[in-house]
Write a protein that binds this ligand. Structure first.
Ligand code: B12
Length: 214
């Protein structure tokens, strides 16, 4: 019988089948889904990043680790979503143009759903205009969640905010930003309305922002 702690190794070594087995068993044994994410899965991806940085891992290892993470997340996400709660508000989320990283964004989306938000996920490599169109379609205002994992793509966040301004819909969107290279200072610099460096913090920020939408 696999222990939940083995999920860390399954993701680190990119063993999707094992990650699936352990996650299924842990959920059946009523393990806390958010604990599985916080205690084993995110630390495993952090270690993958560390190994990549010191040339112990290369892109293929990143890909198979990401696949194992995704497999486990797909099983966990339905358990994070709170059943039967009134929607707290709407969040449109996506990874900015040029950036294909979506594990953190997906995690934030799942936690927001778990926190009662309706989430519209625009996916990865999303051009600024697509975010603007999505905001235009909102009857009332909404939160816009932008994710970026690369120092070369984080500048796109500023472009999205400028595009919202140019389209005259900046006041309809509360912009929340995040991703490994993003800091509170950067969020302030580009005029974002909120920032968090983790998924549960993102829910707290979203709750605050939604209260300020009129
Ligand atoms: C997995 C991974 C990949 C996978 C992505 C698979 C996928 N489907 O996402 C693949 C293999 C595709 C990949 C590709 C590349 N990658 Co990569 N990748 C990673 C890695 C190892 C982990 C990222 C991850 O999933 N972390 C786990 C999640 C849970 O954490 P997170 O994303 O940070 O999200 C959390 C918070 O940031 C926050 N958050 C995230 N989004 C949002 C949004 C909002 C609104 C809020 C509030 C919060 C929030 O909450 C999340 C949950 O806690 C990182 C290393 C690292 N430590 O970050 C490198 C890393 C990001 N990659 C890097 C690089 C260089 C690349 C490539 C350029 C490599 C190459 N030579 O091809 C390509 C770029 C492709 C592209 N155009 O996007 C560098 C970036 C360096 C830099 N300074 O820009 C990193 C940092 C690795 C390194 N140390 O060098 N990568």
């Amino acid at each position: 019988m696999s222990e939940p702690a083995e999920l860390y190794d399954a993701i680190l070594t990119g063993n999707a089948k094992k990650a699936e087995e352990i996650t299924k068993a842990a959920l059946e044994a009523k393990a806390d889904p958010s604990q599985l994410v916080q205690k084993y899965m995110i630390p495993a991806m952090d270690e993958v990043g560390r190994r990549f940085e010191c040339n112990e891992y290369f892109v293929p290892e990143l890909l198979i680790a990401a696949r194992a993470m995704k497999t486990a997340m797909e099983l966990i996400t339905p358990h994070l979503a709170a059943a039967g709660t009134e929607p707290t508000g709407r969040v449109i989320i996506g990874t900015v143009q040029g950036d294909l990283h979506d594990i953190g964004k997906n995690l934030v989306a799942s936690m927001l759903e778990g926190g009662g938000f309706q989430v519209v996920d625009l996916g990865v490599d999303v051009p600024a205009e697509k975010f603007v169109e999505a905001i235009k379609e909102e009857k009332k205002g909404a939160i816009l969640g932008l994710s970026a994992l690369l120092t070369t793509t984080m500048t796109m966040m500023k472009n999205v905010i400028s595009a919202l301004e140019q389209a005259g819909v900046r006041q309809k969107a509360k912009v929340m930003v995040g991703g490994a290279p993003i800091t509170q200072q950067y969020a302030d610099e580009i005029g974002a309305d909120g920032y968090s460096d983790n998924a549960s913090g993102a829910v707290a920020v979203a709750r605050k922002l939604i209260a300020s939408i009129d």
